[in-house]
Design a protein around this ligand. Structure first.
Ligand code: GDP
Ligand code: MG
Length: 454
């Protein structure tokens, strides 16, 4: 593992005025550098995990009264010497303090650099490091619990254990190769097959958890679509209980995509209002219609609105045909219930329509219940293992497929060198998940998404 000599600094709390701001430093010299700017006790003589009152000074100028917490390696988040300075939460104080440290040769931290150092120093594996970011960005309690579970171990330990067992077999198969012509078999093929099936069964449970995990982490994009004037913008406002989108009797009012989030039953739903679907000569409206189609393709659910007051059988037929062709789950919603004759309702009820009046807020709760029933998730509990990260999902799937190739290879009696190659490939994908195998690009990609100071 690489050692870092340079000391990094960043504001760890949110920008802006606050009661207290925390500036953090990490690196071999962080305590020594702080001592140069600090008036109070000699920090270098203090034990780890202690807090000290004093002032931070730039030359003769006192910047602020502060509390300094010191953490000595390896007992800090980064496993390096680390300091946290709690000062008054003024942006100008924060700026002056950081400037004073920069003058001492300290460097501004890059996004996620503290967590990256913690990972490189072996504090946790890559999947756990990624969970740190998820934890900070969690918007629902379920998302928080899923991230916390992953940060505290999640599938990491089991994957590491299975990977080691597989490494053992890989080396036995490779040893056989050294014996060339002689017909030796150190790696018992039956035992290898049993291990692979065991790993695959664990992978399957993880892969299957991604549907829920992804919904919990990223929310469920729900597109409100339909023809102009069906009442889409009115429905968005009714769902969110606020005047988010402009409602008008003029067809073609909504030209851009408008969206907002709402939590239902522990999941966050992203409701997306769109431009009405129709042929149009208006260039701007046409762009809106194009965007609607793109949004519909990316949606997890479409709330498709029909205007019951103008509806024709032909319209239902055409629109449902297009929806079925798209292949995304959808609800058929009949709007403007207040304007319609009960005979029509009876006819459409047989076709699974949900009836609402968006402007009168009739049956909006029932609609929410129907949406929720479609995406029912179990509450995430402590210790539940859920895959929420697309990168993990993809690597898990690739591992599974490469293990299939190992099994196929054994079934068709391929030579040992091909078998060894397929096992190595599986090990590669497994290693990417927990970070035994990394590249600079992969790390940059992951940690650049963190905030500065994390
Ligand atoms: N009577 C009635 N009018 C509605 C209802 N929902 C929407 N409207 C009206 O239908 C018109 C078009 O609504 P809007 O939400 O802008 O439709 P959009 O083009 O699909 O976004 C407006 O005049 C709304 O007030 C409803 O449930 N009943
Ligand atoms: Mg609209």
């Amino acid at each position: 593992m690489s050692k870092f000599n340079d000391t990094i600094i960043a504001l760890a709390t949110a920008q802006g005025i606050s009661a207290i701001a925390v500036i953090r430093l990490s690196g071999t010299d962080s305590i020594a550098v702080t001592q140069k700017l600090f008036k109070g006790k000699n920090l270098l003589e203090q034990p780890t995990h202690t807090i000290h009152f004093g002032t931070i000074n730039n030359g003769d100028k006192m910047i602020d009264e502060v509390l300094v917490s010191i953490f000595k390696e390896p007992n800090s988040f980064t496993k390096e010497n680390a300091v946290e300075i709690s000062c008054h939460g003024s942006p100008i104080i924060v700026k002056e303090i950081i400037k004073a440290f920069l003058k001492q040769g300290v460097r501004l931290a890059e996004p996620g650099e503290f967590t990256k150092r913690a990972f490189l120093q072996g504090r946790f594996d890559l999947a756990q490091a990624e969970a740190v970011a998820d934890l900070i960005h969690a918007e629902t309690d379920n998302a928080r619990q899923a991230a916390l579970n992953q940060m505290r171990g999640g599938f990491s330990n089991e994957i590491k254990r299975l990977r080691e067992e597989l490494i053992h077999f890989a080396s036995l198969v490779e040893l056989e190769l050294d014996f060339g012509e002689e017909d030796v078999e150190f790696a018992k093929r039956d035992d290898l097959a049993i291990l692979i099936k065991k790993i695959q069964s664990y992978l399957t449970s993880l892969i299957e958890s991604f549907d829920q995990g992804n919904a919990i982490k990223n929310g469920i994009p729900t597109v409100i679509a339909g023809r102009p004037n069906a009442g889409k913008s009115t429905l968005l406002n009714a769902l969110l209980n606020e005047e988010r989108a402009i409602v008008s009797e003029i067809a073609g009012t909504t030209r851009d995509v408008i969206e907002d989030e709402m939590q239902l039953g522990g999941i966050s739903f992203r409701f997306i209002d769109t431009a009405g679907l129709r042929e149009t000569k208006d260039v701007i409206e046409a762009i809106g219609v194009q965007r609607t189609k793109e949004q519909m393709q990316k949606a997890s659910l479409i709330l498709y609105l029909f205007d019951l007051s103008t509806l024709t059988a032909r319209e239902i037929q055409d629109d449902i045909f297009s929806l079925d062709e798209l292949g995304i789950p959808y609800f058929k919603i009949g709007n403007k219930l207040d304007l319609v004759d009960p005979a029509l309702i009876e006819k459409l009820a047989a076709q699974n329509f949900i009836f609402i009046s968006a402007s009168n807020k009739t049956n909006i709760e029932q609609l929410k219940e129907a949406i929720l029933a479609k995406f029912k998730i179990n509450e995430v509990k402590q210790g539940d293992v859920l895959v929420t990260n697309l990168r993990h999902y993809e690597n898990l799937t690739q591992t599974y497929e490469s293990l299939e190739r190992v099994l196929y290879g054994m079934a068709t009696d391929v030579t040992g060198d091909f078998l060894a190659m397929d096992i190595r490939q599986s090990l590669h994908y497994l290693g990417l998940i927990t970070g035994e195998i990394t590249t600079d690009d992969l790390l940059d990609n992951i940690f650049s998404k963190f905030c500065i100071g994390k």
